[in-house]
Design a protein around this ligand. Structure first.
Ligand code: FES
Length: 194
């Protein structure tokens, strides 16, 4: 019986057709293999790099105290500010990020809050109870109990202590949440330090 298969050894067009089919098959295999390998590769890359996309915590309203822990005697009380912090790949719980003073006038539910950082060069102030004044030990800046500079003309600090906002709604429920921020030092204006 006669063989109907084209003799590719003698037909140039048949040879070219066979080459094209072989090339397309190999190309498809390479593309499919590349896609199959790329999916898990990029998935893994996203997992590894994901923390870099996330921002660290530490800003905004943070719970600092309860109203009961701030006696209404006009004397500022010092409280640490802590929050969770995330760097590129780790999460740290309750990291200290600053210090504030809270104060209540006698008979008042109004709460004053100042950042403990001295606006001159960033040292922490302390409160001298007998003198009822804040004092900065670094270069002798002094402030009233409400954070206003004493003798501004001779005070090294270029501005009063930096006041911070207390959440009024949470305060009604006895909780002290502070919009904690740091500000640039050595400036007369209060400029938030990003
Ligand atoms: S840092 Fe407070 S007076 Fe200089």
């Amino acid at each position: 019986m006669a063989d109907s298969t084209p003799d590719v050894t003698e037909n140039p067009e048949a040879i070219a057709g066979e080459d094209r089919r072989g090339f397309v098959t190999r190309l498809m295999a390479v593309i499919c293999g590349g896609i199959a390998g790329a999916v898990p590769f990029f998935s893994g890359l996203v997992v590894i790099l994901d923390p870099l996309r996330r921002k660290g915590g530490g800003k905004g309203f943070l719970r600092v105290a309860t109203i009961d822990s701030v006696p209404d005697d006009g004397i500022p009380r010092m409280f640490p500010v802590v929050t969770d912090r995330t760097d590129a790949w780790n999460r740290y719980l309750d990291e200290p990020i600053g210090t504030v003073f809270l104060r209540r006038e006698p008979g008042s539910t109004k709460l004053e809050c100042v950042n403990a950082k001295c606006p001159h060069a960033g040292c922490n102030v302390d409160f001298n109870i007998p003198d009822r004044q804040f004092h900065c030990p670094c270069h002798d800046s002094n402030f009233e109990a409400n954070g206003i500079r004493i003798s501004p003309e001779s005070c090294p600090s270029p501005r009063d202590l930096d006041t911070l906002t207390v959440d009024p709604e949470r305060l009604q429920h006895g909780e002290v949440w502070v919009d904690f921020k740091n500000f640039l030092t050595a400036t007369t204006d209060k400029i938030e330090n990003e």
